[in-house]
Design a binder for this molecule. Structure first.
Ligand code: DAH
Length: 339
């Protein structure tokens, strides 16, 4: 039995020595010292020994157990240290690597222009309101005094979803929504996306942006409109800007006008930006047609108003001298980084 114990010890120490990871060591411990382990199996045979042999073998067995336990403990410490060292090596930082640059985004030119516009009009007491892009023909056309058969309603210009639902072709529909929901005094602007069945080219896009304006109160006249547009133009382009109004026709205003701004590139001499005109058409506007007020339950004998609408792309293109509208939608960073 003595030899058996010695050989168990020797074999155990060899196996422990050769173990390469903690799991192997743990398994060894169970196999050698566990309830069903080799050492326990031998101790179970102690009953067969004589009275003199028993204490001797018992002592030896304890020594063997202790020796194996100690060895296992040492080995585990060793393996743990190795593991930590390996981890540390793997996680070292290479402080010589160049850092990763955080790209800073910036506002799109359309948003810059829109934010400026909002600031300018908020400064004059306007609120900013929103309206749906999928809209009733009733609000885009009928209630804006635009009858069946008007060319603006033609399916070759307008994306129809059903007979009575379209993608709005103008933000003017928000005028109706605003007047149906609010009593005068009203002073709102409403920027947003509009849709027209146009091919994309340097000055057209099937999706573009407009900003609508509407003021309704007592004693509102065309002079209020002119003054407002002049203040707006000066805030946006500086005090030297000149503006002019040309008579025009819109179904929902009477009288109606288009406002041109003096070309800020050439100062009016004529250049490619203004196509030699010296003036750039910026917006449509007019005094709200009495029928439109009536349609929204507002008494035109008591109240009057003015309205205007402009294309944001145009404002941005004129402001920054951009000659192709496509640039605004292509998301080319070389272009966008210039603003
Ligand atoms: N909605 C017009 C367009 O898309 C622009 C416009 C003209 C808006 C006159 C108005 C207005 O509010 O009074 O061309």
């Amino acid at each position: 039995m003595k030899e058996q114990l010695n050989s168990i010890q020797q074999k155990a120490l060899d196996e422990i020595k050769n173990a390469v990871d903690i799991k192997t060591v743990d398994d060894l411990k169970v196999r050698l010292l566990g309830k069903k382990g080799e050492l326990t199996a031998i101790l179970k045979q102690m009953g067969q020994l004589s009275a003199e042999e028993r204490p001797v073998i018992g002592q030896l067995a304890n020594q063997v157990r202790e020796c194996i336990e100690n060895d296992i403990g040492r080995k585990k410490e060793q393996l743990k240290a190795l593991e930590t060292e390996r981890k540390l090596k793997k996680e070292t930082l290479d402080v010589t690597l160049p850092g990763r640059k955080l790209e800073q985004g910036r506002r799109h030119p359309l948003n810059i222009v829109l934010d400026d516009l909002k600031e300018i009009f908020k400064g004059m007491g306007y609120s900013v309101v929103d309206g749906p892009e999928v809209e009733k023909t009733e609000y885009v056309f009928d209630m804006l005094n635009t009858d069946e058969g008007h060319p603006a309603r033609d399916p070759s210009d307008t994306f129809y979803i059903t007979d009575k639902i379209i993608l709005r072709t103008q933000t003017s529909s928000v005028q109706i929504r605003t007047m149906l929901a609010n009593k005068p005094p009203i002073a709102v602007i409403s920027p947003g996306r509009v849709y027209r069945n146009d091919e994309m080219d340097a000055t057209h896009s099937p999706i573009f942006h407009q900003c609508e304006g509407l003021v309704v109160d007592k004693n509102i006249t065309f002079s209020d409109l002119k003054g407002t547009i002049e203040v707006f133009a000066k805030r946006l382009y500086g005090n030297d800007i000149k503006i002019r109004f040309r008579p025009h026709h819109f179904p929902f205003t009477e009288p109606s006008a288009e406002a041109d701004f003096r070309c800020f590139k050439c100062g009016g001499k004529g250049c490619p930006l203004c196509k030699g005109e010296g003036w750039i058409e910026m917006l449509g506007c007019g005094v709200v047609h009495p029928q439109v007020l009536l349609n929204c339950g507002i008494d035109p004998e008591i109240y009057s108003g003015f309205a205007f609408g402009m294309g944001l792309e145009r404002v941005a293109m004129m402001r920054y001298g951009i000659d192709n509208m496509r640039l605004l939608y292509e998301n080319d960073l070389r272009f966008l980084k210039q603003f």
